[in-house]
Design a protein. Structure first.
Length: 577
């Protein structure tokens, strides 16, 4: 049986603490839910040989035992389809040949049609069976993720209760990393016990954190001269980071800021992860390219998004999900999860009853009693199969907000803001040009515009986040922003009367009174449409006058609205009440 999330054991004293009560209760509920999900996984009986020592004679014998184990998980839909592609290609070729040669032989054509119909029915039944067979495994995976999340939250609460909350964000991050590592070690080594004492895990994590701090301190002492040089390098890097991205709250300052925003990984592992993901995309691409030759439908309609991703998004997501360092051997499941979240393949088969004219032979008896034949034409019904294949590329950069915790999304934003301080790793990525090689306009707001106290308060808050990266779904400095998250946060936190929460671009447009372009003034909102596939407003920025806006592009920066792109997508101006 696969090693699942362990059940945490808390003492009665720990359970009685108000600070831990809720977290412990949630961890218990998640463990029960996982146990129920695991119980529904199909089982099989396996033979196991064990060495047994006789306590009296000391003689060692080998005995055969029967143990219960989980049945092997069925392959995923895409893996199954790719594996079946070669035989399906041969089968389809045979059917096509029979159709071509059966035009003059109604019997052969009817038999071939009957066989094709039977094969389609079998494939539909097989797909339904495979989906049903995989259901308990999917539920167990979901329950395990919930148990891990609840366990880590309870352990963090217990750590803070026993050892106190760290004084700064970076130390808190280190503490969480230590707890995650101890929890992972306990999960990997708990064997059949499947229980872990919570106090032991937090104690080991405290020891790991203290040991790490001690080692770091002694390392600084042993390499004082080197770190004087490194300090100068760090200052230069921080100056560069200030130029390309003034993400003050995303970085905690000094060397720790550089360390926490740098990928803590070996190049070989990052390049291998990118290569593995590209191989999955190539497999999907080949499956779609050969679709007509591996299937037996009469008509095909394809609606396929482009198959692509950005490597920095992939590496930043994996690192945030793993909470830091990882190796290629540890992330196979994460790669598959991200791939299935990004690419949504839908195959739908519709049928139509059509008619074709066939020449038939009829018989009659003439007046002399002789049997005579004649030819006639008849409209014969047949089934026409139409297959619709749709591939949606959800966009990998849109996935984090749907699968990450607040802390993970914050870490992802930090890595993306400086590309893990590795612009050399994937130089072909458009993010490299955007974050490192593009000089964005530095716009000075005219004094007369700042005379409006309301606009001055808005722009003072908004300019704090110049250079922050675009993170789909982001809505705070900790996670960075998307366009509507940025505008919502600025107006809600500028110290004035607004308090409308987090709204999307269309939601903000619904709050605004319409303003004509001639009447627009600094502080109004400007809306655009069709920048991506959605109804209504798809992008929003803060109008600052002089045909300019401050918006969360990628990154947050001032931009002219008097360009062909923005003119073609302009929707309207709006004024918040």
């Amino acid at each position: 049986m696969a090693k699942r999330s362990p059940r945490l054991i808390f003492t009665e004293e720990e359970r009685a603490l108000p600070e831990l009560e809720r977290a412990v209760r949630k961890a218990d509920r998640a463990a029960v839910k996982l146990e129920k999900a695991e119980a529904k996984i199909p089982k099989k009986t396996v033979k196991v040989k064990k060495r047994v020592v006789d306590s009296e004679s000391g003689k060692v014998t080998t005995r055969l035992f029967f143990e219960e184990a989980d049945k092997k998980r069925p392959p995923s839909k895409l893996a199954h389809a790719a594996r079946k592609a070669p035989p399906d290609t041969v089968r389809s070729a045979v059917h096509r040949k029979l159709r071509e040669e059966g035009d003059d032989n109604p019997g052969t054509e009817a038999a071939n049609t009957l066989t094709e119909t039977a094969e389609r029915t079998w494939r539909i039944a097989e797909s339904a069976h495979r989906s049903h067979a995989e259901k308990p495994y999917r539920r167990a995976d979901k329950a395990e993720a919930g148990a891990d999340k609840a366990n880590l939250k309870a352990l963090n609460k217990q750590y803070e209760q026993e050892y106190g909350r760290a004084s700064n964000p970076y130390s808190r991050w280190q503490q969480k990393q230590a707890i995650k590592k101890e929890y992972a070690a306990a999960k990997a080594g708990n064997g059949a016990r499947n229980t872990v004492k919570a106090s032991e895990t937090t104690a080991k994590a405290a020891g790991r954190a203290a040991e790490g701090s001690k080692e770091l301190g002694s390392f600084f002492v042993r390499h004082k001269k080197g770190f004087l040089i490194a300090g100068g390098i760090a200052a230069a890097i921080l100056l560069l980071m200030t130029c390309i991205s003034s993400c003050s709250t995303l970085f905690q300052g000094g060397v720790s800021g550089i360390v926490s925003s740098t990928y803590p990984l070996e190049d070989a592992d990052m390049l291998a992860a990118e290569a593995a993901y590209c191989a999955m995309e190539d497999e999907l691409r080949e499956y779609l390219n050969s679709y007509e030759s591996t299937h037996d439908y009469n008509e095909y309609h394809f609606d396929l998004d482009e198959i692509e991703h950005d490597p920095y998004v992939l590496i930043s997501m994996i690192t945030a999900l793993k909470g830091g360092e990882w190796t290629i051997d540890e992330i196979g499941g994460i790669l598959e999860t991200l791939f299935e979240k990004q690419y949504i393949l839908t195959e739908t088969v519709a049928t139509e009853t059509r008619y074709r004219t066939e020449t038939r032979i009829g018989y009659y008896t003439d007046e002399n009693g002789n049997l005579q034949s004649y030819e006639y034409e008849a409209e014969v019904p047949y089934t026409w199969y139409i297959c619709h294949v749709e591939l949606e590329n959800f966009n990998l950069s849109h996935v984090p907000v749907h699968i990450m915790s607040h802390d993970q999304l914050s870490m992802y934003a930090v890595y993306m803001s400086v590309l893990g301080n590795r612009p050399d790793l994937f130089p072909g990525s458009p993010y490299v040009n955007r974050y490192y090689h593009t000089q964005y306009e530095k716009y000075e707001i005219p004094p007369e515009a700042l005379a409006d106290e309301q606009f001055a308060a808005v722009i003072k808050e908004a300019e704090k986040y110049l250079g922050y990266p675009y993170i789909w779904g982001g809505s705070s400095p900790a996670t960075s922003f998307d366009c509507s998250g940025f505008v919502s946060y600025v107006y809600n936190n500028c110290g004035l009367h607004w308090s409308f929460g987090r709204l999307g671009a269309e939601g903000l447009r619904g709050m605004c009174a319409y303003v004509s372009p001639e009447s627009a003034r600094p502080g109004d909102l400007i809306f655009f449409e069709k920048t991506y596939d959605t109804a209504g407003a798809s992008h929003v920025g803060i109008y600052v006058g002089n045909n300019r806006m401050l918006h969360c592009g990628d990154p947050i920066h001032y931009a002219s609205i008097d360009t062909s792109y923005w003119r073609s997508h302009f929707l309207q101006f709006g004024r918040l009440p």
